[in-house]
Design a protein around this ligand. Structure first.
Ligand SMILES: Nc1ncnc2c1ncn2[C@@H]1O[C@H](COP(=O)(O)OP(=O)(O)OP(=O)(O)O)[C@@H](O)[C@H]1O
Length: 314
């Protein structure tokens, strides 16, 4: 449905997006996940024909975003990060105005608007002035606007940003429902959001794609093991050397190298080496102050992929 090849966008001497390629298949919800400034909005702006790429191509349902921009726009409903609404208009007036702009035929307009109002659950506020609505309701009016011309594809830039936890839950649920009928590309920097909503995720950092898979495969393939957090009083170097030879240890990160040392030990999947860790530290005259084991979450993977910590990696 969307095919992006070697896309790049340069602002002056900075590449906001640098040679990215990916596809969004029909009917899927794909999450574009990345920290601030990763290039998510830039990618979406190119796909929605808001601005041209510096190089590369993007094709939406067979139409090139640069050459066939009018056809591409008809296919896409775009929710920008800051939803641009007219605060002095009433909700139904605004949606009628938008439907006219988007050339929804006069005969269908009423029905289409009613459908969007129902889908986005804004019946209660349809006569209310937009400026008086809560942020959550404004977001839903923005979503209703993206749907009013019944586009095949929805491009949603940080759709839950700035909402309270209840509103976030409602908007996520709404996006999941919309995913039954529309192909969706959404951006977020919130990990649980992609885990909850998306079938596939692209992790983008500094304009480059650093990982692409289903949320669960990312967990399995990239790390998939356990993480043991340790706090030890003793000779840091000696303890590190002893830990590194334990079978099942994949990587050790060593911090606070003083009298008290902290280690994060990544282990193989399905291995539990806590007892070996304990014995090894005691044997090397270390005192364990804390030891915790957790499964590595997508959060850690994301953190590791998108940041370069100063660390000792064995
Ligand atoms: N119009 C512009 N002129 C110059 N630099 C820009 C412009 N728009 C974006 N950038 C830069 O391009 C990079 C990518 O920005 P972009 O907005 O695409 O990131 P993002 O992943 O959407 O981040 P956020 O989550 O903060 O919105 C950033 O370094 C940003 O400062």
């Amino acid at each position: 449905m969307i095919k992006v090849e070697h896309l790049a966008k340069r602002y002056a001497d900075v590449y906001a997006v640098n040679d990215i390629s990916f596809e969004v298949n029909q009917g899927e919800i794909l999450g574009l996940l990345g920290p601030n400034g990763a290039g998510k909005t830039t990618t979406m702006r190119i796909l929605t024909c808001y601005m041209p790429a510096t190089s590369g191509t993007a094709v939406v349902d067979g139409y090139d975003v640069f050459r066939d921009s009018i056809n591409v726009r008809k296919l896409i409903g775009y929710l920008p990060e800051n939803v641009p609404l007219y605060p002095e208009m009433r909700v139904n007036e605004y949606l009628t105005f938008r439907a006219k702009l988007k050339k929804v035929p006069y005969r269908e307009r009423k029905t289409k608007i009613a459908e969007c109002i129902e889908k986005c659950r804004i019946q209660d506020v349809k006569k209310q002035i937009i400026g008086t609505l809560s942020k959550g309701y404004r977001q839903r009016v923005g979503l209703a606007d993206t749907l009013v011309h019944d586009p095949k594809i929805l491009i949603l830039d940080e759709p839950t940003i700035g909402l309270d936890p209840n509103q976030i839950r409602q908007v996520r649920q709404l996006i999941r429902e919309l995913g039954e009928k529309h192909t969706i590309l959404l951006s977020t920097h919130i990990l649980p959001e992609v885990e909850m909503i998306c079938g596939r995720v692209i992790i983008i950092n500094k304009g480059k794609i650093v990982a692409m898979d289903t949320p669960s495969n990312l967990g399995d393939q990239l790390k998939g093991g356990n993480l043991i957090e340790l706090e030890v009083r003793g000779n840091g170097e000696k303890v590190k050397d002893a830990l590194s030879v334990i079978k099942g240890v994949k990587k050790i990160t060593w911090r606070d190298k003083g009298e008290i040392n902290k280690y994060s030990i990544e282990t193989e999947r399905d291995s539990d080496i806590r007892e070996e860790v304990f014995l090894s530290i005691v044997k090397n005259n270390g005192i364990i102050r804390d030891m915790r084991q957790d499964a590595i979450t997508l959060e850690e993977i994301f953190h590791q992929i998108t940041t370069k910590e100063k660390e000792v990696v064995l």
